[in-house]
Design a protein around this ligand. Structure first.
Ligand code: OOG
Ligand code: MG
Length: 262
């Protein structure tokens, strides 16, 4: 794939995001032979376009780290993408459904590091030692692809479906709290829709962060102090509509509630 085509594909996906409409999968309509490596280059161009518009990166995110998500999206490997400054909301806020194509919500645990870490070879124990805070987070994913259907290269190019993140209160990781055992529930309008434990995320959410930093090392990247790093959904993602109130609770960590409005 030529550099020009790569930039055009990034611009194509950004246009769909900005103007809130879906598009055909790029592996169906434009680049059937797209590889994972090429897809990350399109993602890099998409990230650069956002940076040129003055947005800043809040942190990278892992995706498809749980079996529930891999089964739901019919893919086999974790991926990463980037969360930007204009995507962040606080608990208690209202989010406009009109700004989104077909949003889904998923409960996650985010990490904030006290120091930079750089792969390869980083372990979950090293991630935990470098962790200053953890933050409960509800990610709102909004694939730009029709019917939320894609192959692995498609979703990588589309910045891992990143759309918005609602953050709870950050806490210092208690010494006696094992994130693998943190029970998490996700309710819509008071009805339980999904539940799981931190262990659903590659055995332990810190393991997902270790995998992320080791993946970033392949292109010379690292994790930076202060970034908010999403470790990936604990449960499957749930489709939401205007008028829905979303509530999630993480045992011993916190809770978040917010609503979708017109
Ligand atoms: C890709 C993004 C997945 C997660 O936490 O697993 C993700 C998607 O399912 O559209 O963010
Ligand atoms: Mg996610």
């Amino acid at each position: 794939m030529e550099a020009i085509a790569q930039k055009d594909l990034a611009a194509f996906l950004l246009e769909a995001e900005e103007n809130v409409h879906d598009v055909k999968r790029i592996t169906e309509s434009k680049v059937p032979e797209l590889t994972v490596e090429q897809a990350y280059k399109i993602q890099r161009d998409l990230v650069d376009l956002k940076l040129e518009k003055g947005l800043t990166i809040v942190g990278p995110k892992m995706g498809l780290t749980s079996k529930a998500k891999m089964d739901q999206m019919n893919v086999k490997d974790p991926i990463y993408g980037y969360i930007f400054s204009n995507m962040i909301h606080e608990g208690g806020s209202n989010i406009s459904r009109k700004e989104l194509i077909h949003p889904k919500v998923e409960a996650e645990i985010a990490f904030v590091l006290a120091e930079d870490i750089e792969g390869p070879g980083i372990t979950a124990a090293q991630v935990l030692r470098a962790t200053a805070y953890i933050v409960p987070a509800i990610e709102i994913i909004d694939s730009r692809y029709e019917n939320f259907k894609f192959t692995l290269p498609d979703v990588i190019a589309d910045n891992a479906s990143s759309s918005k993140v609602v953050l709870g209160d950050k806490i210092k990781l208690p010494n006696d709290l094992d994130l693998a055992l943190v029970g998490t529930t996700l309710e819509i309008n008071g009805e339980l829709k999904a539940a799981g434990a931190g262990a659903a995320v590659l055995g332990h959410p810190a393991h997902a962060v270790a995998m992320l930093v080791n993946m970033l090392a392949k292109s010379g990247g690292k994790l930076h102090k202060g970034e908010v790093i999403l470790s990936g959904a604990i449960t499957e993602a749930i489709l939401v509509e205007s008028g829905d109130t979303v509530y999630a609770k993480w045992d011993g960590i916190g809770e978040i509630s917010f609503s979708f409005v017109d």
